[in-house]
Design a protein around this ligand. Structure first.
Ligand SMILES: C[S@@+](CC[C@H](N)C(=O)[O-])C[C@H]1O[C@@H](n2cnc3c(N)ncnc32)[C@H](O)[C@@H]1O
Length: 256
């Protein structure tokens, strides 16, 4: 696995380059809520690999919950504390293999775009089986190998697709690793989100270079892709929303 260090550059680009609209935030809260049978209020949620807290505050507000947001990068955590402060969210140092919490501390865990950064997924599954309550859910929001047709930026950055196919795990691999560590399969859903209201807005977002995929290509490749996008933007007469498919894999910790 090629490691991407969020302390180097991405922590500065992330907020502008990875912002979600309020509607897209609601879409994800609703996708999770469908599996919780209306539970909210007295919930404690783990946001693992929380980054700058983009989803931590959504989870706290959407479920009126307490959120422990665990993140290994000191600079991502500092950015979270600065820009995503929330009275029911605590940002803590930790990692997928080492979550600073007692056994059974969480009603559910959420991991957004994290599993491909985790060097030992089995250790992550074991740690989640320790900290998630029996019967509790794990939500894995990710793009997975073999299911990348719904990512619009690959049209302009063909090498990005090859990079992602090589590094993103397949959903079946993730499921199998979790199954071996006490989790059952609930569902794998493709969720279509509006990433930007127009190609022009998407071009401006991509220009922040806030995706880890872009850390794995040369500056020249990135600039060439951006130029292809700029030319396409010039041809956009009527702004059309840019849609993107991201998967939600849901697993349940078996009762022991
Ligand atoms: C693409 S960002 C996603 C951040 C956040 N979940 C979101 O969707 O906005 C990936 C995050 O995973 C973190 N990460 C990297 N290795 C990790 C590990 N072993 N355990 C937990 N998080 C890790 C990175 O520091 C980074 O903040």
């Amino acid at each position: 696995m090629t490691r991407v260090d969020y302390d180097e550059r991405l922590h500065r680009a992330y907020r502008a380059g990875r912002a979600l609209s309020a509607d897209t935030g609601r879409l994800w809260t609703a996708a999770i809520a469908r599996h919780l049978g209306g539970a909210r209020g007295d919930l404690t949620i783990l946001d693992l690999g929380a980054g700058i807290g983009r989803f931590s505050i959504l989870l706290a507000d959407g479920f009126d919950a307490r959120v422990v947001a665990v993140e290994p990068s000191a600079k991502m955590r500092a950015e979270a504390e600065r820009g995503s402060a929330h009275p029911r969210v605590v940002y803590q140092e930790g990692s997928a293999a080492s979550v600073p919490a007692a056994a059974g501390a969480f009603d559910f865990a959420f991991l957004s775009m994290v599993v491909h950064h985790v060097p030992d997924l089995a250790a992550c599954a074991r740690e989640l089986s320790r900290v998630v309550k029996p019967g509790g859910l794990v939500f894995i929001r990710n793009t997975f190998g073999g299911r990348l047709d719904g990512v619009p930026l690959y049209r302009f950055f063909p090498s990005a697709r090859a990079i992602d196919e090589a590094r993103l795990p397949r959903a079946e691999q993730v499921h199998e690793t979790f199954r071996a560590n006490g989790f059952g399969f609930v569902t794998l859903e493709a969720v279509e989100q509006q990433i930007d209201p127009s190609l022009h807005a998407h071009y401006e977002r991509i220009g922040h270079r806030a995706l880890s995929t872009f850390e794995l290509m040369t500056d020249a490749e990135f600039q060439e892709g951006l130029e292809r996008m700029r030319q396409a933007v010039e041809l956009e007469t009527t702004p059309a929303p840019v849609l993107e498919r991201v998967d939600l894999l849901v697993l349940r910790r078996q009762a022991t």
